[in-house]
Design a protein. Structure first.
Length: 258
């Protein structure tokens, strides 16, 4: 599955979406956003895929941001259309876990793309930032909402209001990423992380993602109700029967997602 700007590879139940626009440091334009949407739709329908890794081609950039040429042409109507934000919402809602493998610059929309993924692992050369205010605009694809939920309101305000660029070590310290890998080993480490996720019950992983996402959006009582309902679905699944039997029999479970 390949377009001019996006490649998708599938191996061992792990799909990798690669944003491939090296001439503009993998910046997001309308074509790339559309290609990513198409890739996500195809992968959501593929039950052999258990985890999706999103990364950028090369080592210098994950996604350097939205394509400035596109932004320069956008007016109020394009802003209200929430072009990048709607793509990132699809990633947020994707039915299976997603991992951002951040290989270089993740600025503006690139950082927001990483924020929309469930897990984030960075190369030791990665850089993060929300420099939009310097262009006379604000982060408009989720950073004013997801960034505070991940790193805290104070740190989010600092990054947005100053436009400061931070490195991978600082990103790890504030919880923006959960792991750092040497640049040459990032994809290997991302796949290792994906395989850890794949060893879990797939239905349970899907429901856990749903409940965890709800925790940032609903009150405690509502969140606990969602958790209870999700657990009830797990209790009625064949995966629960297999998981508990495998534990008692001291063997690795063979989950089916049912």
């Amino acid at each position: 599955m390949t377009t001019n700007s996006v490649r998708t590879e599938i191996a061992e139940s792990i799909a990798t979406i690669i944003i491939d626009r090296p001439d503009v440091k993998n910046a997001l334009d309308l074509e790339t956003v559309g290609a990513m949407r198409a890739a996500l739709e195809t992968l959501a329908a593929d039950n052999t895929v258990g985890v999706v890794i999103i990364t950028g081609a090369g080592e210098s950039a994950f996604v350097s941001g939205a394509d400035i040429n596109d932004i320069r042409e956008r007016g109020r109507d394009e802003g209200l259309a929430a072009i990048n934000s709607s793509l990132f919402a699809e990633i947020d809602r994707f039915p299976r876990p997603t991992i951002a493998a951040i290989n270089g610059y993740a600025l503006g929309g690139g950082c927001e793309l990483a924020l929309a993924c469930d897990l984030r692992i960075a190369s030791d050369t990665a850089k993060f930032g929300q420099p939009e205010l310097g262009l006379g605009i604000i982060p408009g694809a989720g950073a004013t909402q997801r960034l505070p939920r991940i790193v805290g309101l104070g740190r989010a305000k600092h990054l947005v209001l100053t436009g400061e660029i931070i490195d991978a070590k600082q990103a790890l310290e504030i919880g923006l990423v959960s792991a750092i890998a040497p640049a040459g080993q990032l994809q290997i480490r991302a796949r290792e992380l994906a395989k850890k996720v794949l060893r879990q019950g797939p239905l349970a992983a899907r429901l856990a993602k749903l409940a965890l996402n709800a925790s940032a959006r609903v009150d405690l009582d509502s969140g606990l109700l969602i958790e209870t309902l999700a657990q009830a679905l797990c209790y009625s699944s064949t995966d629960k029967e297999e998981g508990t039997a495998a534990f008692l029999e001291k063997r690795r479970p063979k989950f089916t997602g049912k």
